[in-house]
Each structure stands twice: as C-alpha cells, then as structure tokens.
Design a protein around this ligand. Structure first.
Ligand SMILES: Nc1ncnc2c1ncn2[C@@H]1O[C@H](COP(=O)(O)OP(=O)(O)OP(=O)(O)O)[C@@H](O)[C@H]1O
Length: 270
C-alpha cells in the first residue's frame, strides 16, 4: 500500500527552530525556576542535563504548554501566540511524557494510548494504526491488552512513551524517560529517540550522562535556572580536564561546565 502523505508533510516549514526561547523566565512559588534561558533547538535529539533543582522539569513543562512563562519570549513551531485555538493546534503536534503521569489503572495499554490519541485529535481512521505502531515501537505488543495497573514500573514508563509518540509529534518532550527501564530497554529507547530525532525535535531530560552520550546530538546543561551550556555533545566532552570528576569525557565535561559556572558567579560576587 502506498504511504499516505498528509498536508502537514508537504507544508513548508516556516521556522528556523522548533523551539526558540529568549530570556525565558518561569516562576515557581517565589523563585524563578527558569531564569533567562535562551534556546534554539531544531531537528535532532537534545539532552537536558543538570543537578537536582536546576529547572529541567519546569522548562520541559513550560515547553509542553503546561506552565505559563513569566517573562521573555517563547516560540514553539514558529508561533509565539497562545490563544485557545493556537494552543490546541500546537498540542496536536507535541508529545510529552511527564515525570509522573496519571492513568486509569483499569484501562488496558491500548485503551490508554487510544485515549491519548483521541485527546490529541489523531483522526479516527488513522487512530488504530497509530496506536498499534506506538505500542510496537515501545515493545509492549505482547502486553497491549493488559491493564495498566498490572504493568511493572518500566513497562508503565514505556506505555507513557507510547502515548507521547502516538501523534507522531514535531516536538517530543520526555522527562526522565529511562527511569525504571532495564538495560536492554534503555538501549531500545535510545535507538527509538535517534529514529524520531531524524525528523522531529526531541528534548530528553535525564540524570544519566551516558544516555546523553549514546542518544543525543546536542546538550543543554542547566544550573540554578539558567542554561549554562548548549551545544554539540562533543563540545561538552572537550570541556573537561583530567582534574574534573567523572568516569568519562562527557561526565568530566559536565563537571567542568558547572565548576566554571560556579567560579564565575563567585568571582562576580567578590
Ligand atoms: N510547585 C512548585 N512550587 C514551588 N517551587 C517549585 C515548584 N516546582 C519546582 N519548584 C522549585 O523550582 C526549582 C526547579 O525545580 P525543577 O523541578 O524544575 O528542577 P529539576 O532540574 O527538574 O530537578 P530534579 O533533577 O530534582 O528533578 C527548584 O528550586 C524547586 O524547588
């Protein structure tokens, strides 16, 4: 059967970057959890790294349109407008896996992914195929008709990834997707992300630097609400010295960027 080409496949791309931010700030409680972030993220797999409390989840939730920016500019898929109609259109083209996602335990995996496909307006005639494809891609084919409540933690996470990719999103946002996955599934997920990153913008928050080394082309490193590094993985690898803590080039690069950021801040205070 010939592949179906949708209107969006042949529509001209009207933006240089899928995600563009300038001086983005997001308030959580009394603090700015995201504080003046600039981003230009296009097609590819981008790792989002940073210590606890750096602002990764807040940034991802803002890009997922769950949180409102407090200041600065944010363009998603070329649009900065946030009317109800625009938000609905944008959310159709986003995939988002939150750190903790809600689900009905009595839904089967298939019902859960179908429900999310319906929320994202995947056309009814395409929905069954899209759902099956998403379930296959996360290797849950054999558990598709099992209830969500009967899945292990790692399987649940994979069901969460299936719902995030069911609409074939242009921007895919994954908050700690590898938590609870066994080594074989982590390898599968990395391959899946690389595949999706061929034509979409994938942003993956993780504490596992080795996941970034294996799956990502670019890295955004956050600290204290700011993006203290954004660039190719090789640039982060090259940033470290033998004196920086870490078991690999990329871990030493991570430590070095944070160290220099803290030194620069301490210097500025003196
Ligand atoms: N609902 C909230 N109310 C008040 N402060 C919050 C809230 N959510 C997050 N924060 C604060 O915002 C800052 C950034 O938190 P965030 O969860 O975005 O960091 P993170 O980099 O994802 O951390 P982790 O690696 O621990 O998941 C932290 O100081 C946190 O305490």
């Amino acid at each position: 059967m010939p592949a179906t080409i949708s209107a969006s496949d042949i529509a001209p791309t009207r933006y240089a970057h899928h995600i563009r931010a300038r001086g983005l700030t997001v308030r959580r409680g009394r603090r700015l959890a995201v504080d003046g972030v600039d981003l230009d993220l296009g097609t590819g797999v981008h790792g989002l790294l940073g210590p606890n409390g750096a602002g990764k989840t807040t940034l991802i939730r803002t890009l997922a349109t769950v949180l409102e920016p407090h200041g600065g500019e944010l363009e998603l898929l070329g649009s900065a407008r946030r009317g109800r109609g625009e938000l609905r259109e944008l959310r159709r083209r986003l995939g988002y896996l939150p750190q903790a996602f809600g689900h009905y335990r009595r839904f089967t995996v298939r019902e859960f992914v179908e429900y999310m496909a319906w929320l994202k307006d995947v056309p009814g005639r395409r929905s069954a195929d899209a759902v099956q494809h998403a379930i296959d891609r996360v290797d849950l084919t054999g558990r598709a008709d099992d209830r969500m409540g009967s899945l292990s933690g790692g399987m649940l996470r994979r069901a969460g990834i299936a719902q995030a990719i069911v609409n074939d999103p242009d921007i895919l946002l994954l908050d700690e997707p590898t938590v609870g996955l066994d080594p074989a599934q982590r390898l599968e997920l990395r391959a899946l992300l690389r595949d999706i990153g061929e034509r979409s913008c994938v942003l993956v928050s993780t504490h596992l630097v080795e996941d970034v080394a294996a799956a990502c082309t670019n890295v955004v490193l956050m600290d204290e609400g700011g993006a203290v590094f954004a660039g190719h993985v090789d640039r982060l690898r090259a940033a470290g010295t033998d004196a920086d803590p870490g078991d690999s080039d990329i871990e030493r690069g991570y430590s070095a960027v944070l160290r220099r950021h803290h030194e620069a801040k301490a210097g500025a205070r003196r």
